[in-house]
Ligand binder design. Structure first.
Ligand code: PEP
Ligand code: MG
Length: 555
């Protein structure tokens, strides 16, 4: 077995034979022509033909990948009307007496180079689009047809790089996955692969030409490809692939549908994420928003305290990609099991009851302000909610809000744009917060119940301690009562109430939560659609089903 690694564009498994895709090789004559007029006419004919092809590719891409992804072909078609570009090509024909294909390659090549030298990665990635259109014009002029390069058997396509037009021209029924040696995750090929739901690896190192025809597994979860895998690996990844397909079937059935019960009650089903790399899963599973972005992972993934700018970039990416969906970012919840060397936190006898989360933030104001400023700056790019963790008192909420207001004033003075519709909420994950929910609700827009910690603190059961498992009742009436109290208190004061702890994804509690009046459930991305299915099967106008849990003490 051989293994090669790359950058994964989509989590998924593809199993099949490798097909090495080689772009056609052709030589362009450098000989000069006597009369440029026929060359100008040839170029014009090819330009119009390729423009027409781009319109066809647009329609094809809309059908297979959606309008957003297809927009690149409109950009391609427009490029063929760009006066600067056309003048440059025509001048190579007229002034230098070159052939149409030579002039097209030079003219498009120069423009691609110009994009490549720009600072912005977005424009750098557009250089591949210019080359793509230039190649299409040259191939049209030379009469080369690239559609037959895929073979006849479904395969994992391996290429040096793939242009968007090559990718969309591929016959999807023969395509299991894509691997390229080059490519960027920002390229339209990557975007298309993602929206066509194809496992894909880019910048894959170690590809060998003799892999052609060999059995391989493209493992998007682990960013690698196994060539001639062992029987055990083949069996386990085939099982994983089947699991993905079952989830996919569910997705197709439920995508775009509402989270509405039979009797018409609709709630929001959001996803929990740890950072920008999880955004794809939010989209793939059709979550309506993000109910918990555990921002501490931005800190945990960094070797040093992340700067305001680094944090801003991470939050902006998530907000911008998911806009107009709401994204609730929880401020740093470091401490207890989540420790970071550069924070120099003292060892404590009871870390879960110790110096953590908002307690650190309120004690290290500069540290807190760096995050709040980054969040406020990012708010201009989407629909942001800010949530404070581990709250136990009104004083803490007010202090957090005051520091947030201070950051807002600073940014206003600096002329930085900040959204004026940011919702502010707290996690209700301590018994103190649940018991004081009436007062706390008057300070915030929403509550999100952190049932993982709420259970730990209510039952005095360390969530890290596996030995306590026999004593743990995850449906303990005390926790359910706190949830009910919190929902009722929130509603009394116009606050919406969600659940972002693991209990939110427990299907045996969905009916209970709906009957309590919960407004939102935020769960891991993979649970979004199973939960949607569950919600759509519930009828609250009928007597409570056997699933409904009581908040009365158990025997
Ligand atoms: C919780 O406590 O339920 C929660 C969602 O937060 P975390 O699991 O990150 O502590
Ligand atoms: Mg918690």
């Amino acid at each position: 077995m051989q293994v090669a690694t790359g950058i994964s564009i989509l989590n998924g498994i593809a199993i099949g034979k490798i097909r090495i895709f080689k772009a056609p090789e052709y030589k362009i004559s450098e000989e000069l022509v006597d009369d440029p007029i026929p060359e100008l006419n040839r170029f014009e004919k090819a330009r119009l033909k390729v423009q027409e092809q781009q319109h066809v590719l647009y329609e094809k891409a809309v059908a297979s990948a959606g309008e957003d992804s297809a927009a690149i072909f409109e950009f391609h078609a427009d490029m063929l009307d760009d006066d600067d570009l056309l003048d440059a090509v025509k001048s190579i024909i007229v002034d230098q007496k070159h052939t149409a294909e030579y002039a097209a390659r030079q003219g498009f090549g120069n423009m691609a180079q110009m994009f490549k030298e720009m600072d912005d990665p977005y424009f750098q990635a557009r250089s591949a689009d210019v080359i793509d259109v230039g190649n299409a014009v040259v191939e049209c002029l030379l009469g080369i047809d690239t559609t037959s390069l895929q073979g006849t058997e479904p395969s994992i396509l391996v290429a040096e790089d793939l242009a968007p037009s090559q990718t969309v021209k591929l016959d999807k029924s023969l395509l299991l996955g894509i691997i390229t040696r080059e490519g960027s995750s920002n390229s339209h090929t990557a975007i298309l692969a993602r929206s066509m739901n194809l496992p894909a690896l880019i910048q894959c190192k170690g590809i060998e030409d003799n892999w052609d025809g060999k059995l391989a597994i493209l493992d998007g979860y682990n960013s690698c490809v196994y060539v001639e895998p062992t029987p055990d690996l083949l069996a386990s990844l085939t099982a994983k692939q089947q699991e993905d397909r079952r989830a996919e079937a569910l997705l197709q059935e439920l995508k775009g549908k509402k989270n509405t019960t039979i009797d018409g009650k609709t709630i929001k089903v959001y996803a929990n994420i740890g950072g920008p790399s999880d955004v794809g899963a939010v989209q793939a599973n059709d979550a309506e928003g993000v109910g918990l972005f555990r921002s501490e992972f931005v800190y945990l993934n960094s070797r040093e305290d992340p700067t305001e700018e680094e944090q801003f970039q991470a939050y902006k990416r998530v907000l911008e990609t998911l806009a107009p969906k709401q994204v609730i970012i929880r401020t740093c919840d470091i401490g207890a099991d989540k420790t970071i060397d550069y924070m120099h936190l003292d060892k404590e006898a009871n870390p879960a009851l110790g110096f953590r989360a908002v307690r650190i933030c309120l004690s290290r104001k500069d540290f807190f302000k760096r995050q709040l400023r980054a969040l406020l700056r990012a708010s201009a790019y989407g629909n942001l909610g800010i949530m404070f963790p581990m709250i136990i008192s009104l004083r803490e909420v007010r202090e957090c809000k005051e520091i947030l207001a201070e950051c807002r004033r600073e940014l206003a003075n600096e002329g930085v744009k900040v959204s004026d519709s940011i919702q502010v909420g707290i996690m209700v994950e301590t018994p103190a917060a649940a018991l004081c929910a009436d007062e706390l609700a008057q300070e915030v827009d929403f509550f999100s119940l952190g049932t993982n910690d709420l259970t730990q603190y209510t039952l005095a059961i360390d969530r890290q301690n596996a030995r306590l498992e026999p004593f743990l009742d995850t449906h303990h009436p005390a926790v359910l009562r706190e949830i009910q109290m919190t929902i009722e208190a929130g509603h009394r004061h116009g606050c919406w109430v969600g659940i972002c702890g693991e209990l939110g994804a427990d299907p045996t509690l969905t009916e209970t939560f709906l009957r309590m009046g919960v407004d939102e459930l935020s769960v891991n991305a993979k649970s979004v659609l199973p939960l949607r299915k569950k919600i759509r099967s519930i009828d609250l106008s009928k007597p409570a089903s056997a699933d409904t849990q009581s908040t009365a003490p158990k025997a």
